[in-house]
Design a protein around this ligand. Structure first.
Ligand code: SF4
Length: 339
């Protein structure tokens, strides 16, 4: 893309916002795209917001265009420039990259090159990726293996075809193909880590089946807790568990199946490290220039001090320079409001 066009009004239809070097849009500061540092040796990198599924419990509400009218995509080498900048800001205290997304990482057209370029960075020992598995096939798995991908965290929530279709919100979900892909990954140099979301009273039996499947093919399984956020898609019949109950359930399953299920950061070679220094702190009032529509309909994205910030409840126009107050700055994700 050339420089992001300045629009006086944000169109009501969905669209794709492409971000490249020419756009000069910083890649630190927002949740949906760019680089996220949570104070550990692992960087989360997000190249695209697109997803091909519509899971009933999606924490990001991917593909709900009434909530997210826009998708975003970052040009490969611009993203790599910023990965290197983040490593510099963290005094090189980084050892791995997890390619994740508020959507599906393999929906990014340059996914193989992204893995390869990340792996070339001297500090990076491991490159891992989240995936729902639906866009994987034998050829792509081989390419990812050759590019140096170390692990795929595969979201699979049931071993029943119809239930899987319902949970993923798509009749195109093909469980047989996913399980074939899982076996292909497991036979490759890429480690397979199954990452089912435990939905109490919905997939209890299926979680047990998945543990047995992991045992059978001898791969890791990291059960995820179902979490509810303001904009997440919610399953009416499922209650969110607290962490105490969730870990108790993991302990119970661990004993029942005699398989390791309580897995922490050290199992994945993740350690605490220096954070990206904050540009702004809570309560600061700053001037920022509005540069793109927000990921959530009522939001705008603005730029200040080489960071991007989200302005909530904003009807500002592209190019406006406005005064905003920093409401949150955790993990260098800046949430602001007009003053
Ligand atoms: S695959 Fe992931 S991002 Fe896509 S809808 Fe499902 S949970 Fe959301």
């Amino acid at each position: 893309m050339k420089t992001l066009p300045i629009q006086k009004e944000i169109p009501k239809f969905k669209g794709l916002i492409k971000i490249d070097r020419e756009s000069q849009i910083p890649l630190i500061g927002i949740i949906q795209i760019g680089i996220i540092d949570r104070g550990s040796s692992l960087l989360q990198i997000r190249a695209s917001t697109a997803c091909n599924m519509k899971c009933q419990f999606c924490s990001t509400a991917a593909n709900s265009y009434d909530i997210h009218p826009y998708n975003y995509e970052v040009e490969l080498f611009y993203l790599i420039d910023w990965v290197k900048e983040v490593i510099r800001l963290k005094d090189n205290q980084v050892n791995q990259i997890n390619i994740d997304s508020v959507g599906e990482p393999t929906a990014y057209k340059d996914i193989v090159n992204l893995v390869r370029e990340c792996k070339k960075i001297p500090e990076i020992k491991l490159v891992t990726m989240q995936s729902n598995g639906t866009l994987l096939n034998e050829e792509l798995i081989k390419k990812l293996e050759k590019a140096g991908l170390d692990r795929i965290n595969l979201s699979v929530h049931s071993l029943e075809d119809q239930q899987s279709k319902e949970l993923f919100g798509s009749n195109n979900y093909n469980l047989k193909k996913i399980l074939e892909n899982a076996k292909l990954i497991n036979k490759s140099k890429i480690e397979l880590n199954l990452t089912p979301v435990y939905l109490p009273n919905i997939n209890d039996k299926q979680i047990s089946d998945l543990i047995e499947f992991a045992k059978e093919i001898n791969c890791r399984i990291s059960i995820q807790k179902y979490e509810i956020y303001k904009y997440s898609r919610k399953m009416k019949k499922v209650k969110e568990q607290n962490w105490f109950k969730f870990y108790r359930k993991l302990e119970e399953l661990e004993k029942k199946h005699d398989y390791k299920l309580k897995i922490g950061p050290t199992d994945f070679e993740i350690y605490k490290s220096k954070r990206i220094p904050l540009e702004f702190k809570r309560g600061d009032i700053i001037t920022a220039e509005v540069i793109m529509p927000g990921w959530i309909k009522q939001e705008k994205i603005a730029k200040a001090n080489n960071r991007v910030i989200t302005i909530v409840d904003s009807d500002a126009k592209m190019g406006d320079k406005i005064r905003v107050k920093i409401l949150e700055s955790k993990d260098s994700i800046y949430i602001t409001k007009k003053v």
